[in-house]
Design a protein around this ligand. Structure first.
Ligand code: DQA
Length: 149
């Protein structure tokens, strides 16, 4: 059984009403419920959302003690937060970066992820299903790591 820290960054609490033509109409609550269902019965997800960079850094530090991996949509922090990047590198938990939108097809400032180099991988462009795909990839990675073929 793996416990996955699911981290949602700034403004993602507004999903469902925020720029729905870009981010879709699923609320954060529904996305968390879908992740919970996908993780069952063998795994557990522990979702956390904050609009504050430091609170997210603290959560990632704390996850060292109980998580097997991190699934994160860092929101705009993706593009500039070296503090978040350092936190992910420091805890050494396998981390998957997920975005609802295809950040590479949007404004140029979104094309760069300062987190990607310290993440296992990045999934973007599949709407709320990016989270499900990211969770699956992370769980498969953890399973393979614990019993290599
Ligand atoms: C986002 C993309 C970011 O550029 C943006 O700042 C967000 C959401 C996404 O899920 O597509 O807040 O991470």
């Amino acid at each position: 059984m793996a416990v996955i820290a699911v981290v949602h960054g700034p403004n993602l609490n507004l999903l469902g009403t925020r720029e729905t033509h870009i981010y879709g109409s699923m609320t954060l609550e529904k996305i968390n419920a879908a992740l919970h269902n996908a993780a069952q019965p063998n795994h557990e997800v522990r979702p956390f959302q904050s609009n504050h960079e430091g609170a997210i850094v603290d959560y990632i530090h704390a996850a060292r003690d109980w998580a097997g991996g991190i699934l994160i949509n860092p929101g705009a922090l993706t593009h500039y937060s070296y503090a978040l990047r350092d936190a992910i590198a420091a805890v050494k938990l396998p981390t998957v970066e997920a975005h609802l939108s295809n950040i590479h097809a949007r404004e140029s400032f979104r094309h760069t992820s300062v987190l990607a180099p310290v993440c296992l991988g990045q999934i973007c462009g599949f709407g709320w299903r990016s989270y499900l795909l990211g969770l699956q990839g992370l769980l498969d990675h953890l399973a393979e790591r614990s019993s290599p073929t």
